[in-house]
Design a protein around this ligand. Structure first.
Ligand SMILES: Nc1ncnc2c1ncn2[C@@H]1O[C@H](COP(=O)(O)OP(=O)(O)O)[C@@H](O)[C@H]1O
Ligand SMILES: [Mg+2]
Length: 371
């Protein structure tokens, strides 16, 4: 018997619950040189989804996956992009050889690795181009590689909003947009910080305005997810009724990662039959074990704004700027304004039907219990 829940990116198709419509749509966009923006809160399944789509079209297309989370600057972006492109084509000998002549600043080097008995790719930095000049050169290499490919090309940028944090971000965005629109490939822009991503693609003044279809990834349909959870337990000879599977899912607000996390630990804590009591106890254990992780998130907020954040976690409100709310929580108007602006940008606060609240219900419960 093995634990049937998975906390890492989903690799097997049978681990995937639903997302059929999205998979089909993205496959179509990828094969027809069309773009997409894929948006949702953290840990909803964006990266897993895009990797699955790329796996499914792998024989018929060249698929590049480039994670730019926490990118430190333009040069770092260029390096990540060059590496992802060269890595994706290294088994296509003739295209790889051609591409190696297009990437001037980063020369690909294949080295024999005795441990894996295969060749591993690394890049050798040459020349002294930097910043925007290097970006132009790298994008030119991308364009030439796509032009020389006989197969359609799909390039996914994960955590794309992080590009806005680098030095010279505005110019980089403009150059990126102008080159990408001249390349006949499909681009996926994936992002967890919804408000920044929305601004990039829906603000008329920004270069990427209306450059891609926006696909907002919602929670999974609860009926199907409950059946999935019950089947997972039952497949490994531990019984879980569909009713208790609903209970487990609702406990973590139907957030895909937390469902898998609570499922995984409930599985460990169950001998034969899953009960509500085991689910409750496991959830309490999880909150406790997430102290370090959640603590870090909370500590990263400056002290005054932290108080406002905690107030909103404990008491969601449609009137955060009202004198009554501010007075009750001893918060100034300016602090509340800054907290909402910053934490919406960071993707922790959201306005849902007029109410300001944390979008991560598990983090909110942690704050309720420990702060
Ligand atoms: N369709 C799905 N079915 C079941 N579990 C899922 C699904 N999508 C995501 N998950 C769970 O959520 C986790 C986070 O997925 P990931 O793709 O890393 O999210 P994101 O990129 O949005 O942060 C996965 O490791 C998995 O445990
Ligand atoms: Mg991701």
């Amino acid at each position: 018997m093995r634990n049937p829940f998975t906390l890492t990116e989903l690799k097997n198709n049978e681990d995937f619950c639903n997302r059929k419509k999205e998979i089909n749509l993205l496959k179509n966009l990828a094969m027809s040189a069309n773009n997409a923006v894929i948006l949702s809160d953290r840990r909803f399944g964006k990266s897993s989804l895009v990797k699955r789509v790329q796996n499914e079209i792998a024989g018929k297309a060249i698929t590049v996956y480039c994670d730019i989370s926490a990118v430190s600057g333009i040069d770092n972006f260029c390096e990540k992009l060059s590496y992802s492109i060269l890595e994706s084509i290294r088994n296509r000998e003739s295209l790889f050889k051609k591409a190696a002549t297009f990437f001037f600043a980063y020369k690909p080097v294949l080295q024999y690795d005795a441990v894996t008995a295969g060749y591993s790719l690394s890049l050798l930095k040459t020349g002294n181009k930097k910043g925007l000049e290097l970006l132009t050169e790298t994008l030119d290499a991308l364009k030439k590689t796509v032009e020389n490919s006989e197969l359609p090309v799909n390039i996914a940028f994960d955590e794309f909003q992080d590009i806005t944090d680098i030095k010279d971000a505005e110019q980089a965005e403009a150059i990126l947009r102008s080159v990408l629109q001249s390349v006949s490939a499909s681009f996926f822009f994936i992002g967890s910080k919804k408000s920044i991503m929305q601004d990039i693609f829906t603000n008329k003044k920004r270069p990427f305005y209306k450059s891609a279809d926006i696909i907002a990834l919602e929670k999974l349909p609860i009926d199907e997810f409950a059946q999935y959870v019950a089947d997972k337990f039952n497949s490994q000879k531990k019984q879980c009724s569909v009713e208790n599977a609903y209970y487990l899912i609702n406990k973590v607000d139907n957030m895909p990662f937390y469902v898998q996390l609570l499922g995984l630990h409930t599985y460990i804590n169950t001998e034969y039959d899953v009960t509500k009591q085991i689910i409750d106890e496991t959830f309490a254990e999880l909150l406790e074990s997430y102290r370090y992780y959640f603590g870090k998130i909370i500590e990263s907020i400056p002290p005054k704004q932290r108080e406002a954040f905690i107030a909103l976690a404990k008491n969601p409100t449609d009137e955060p700027y009202s004198a009554a709310y501010l007075q009750k929580h001893s918060i100034t108007l300016k602090t509340m304004q800054n907290t909402i602006k910053n934490q919406e940008k960071e993707g922790y606060l959201e306005n849902c039907c007029g109410m300001w609240k944390l979008n991560d219900k598990v983090l909110a419960e942690y704050i309720m219990k420990y702060c």
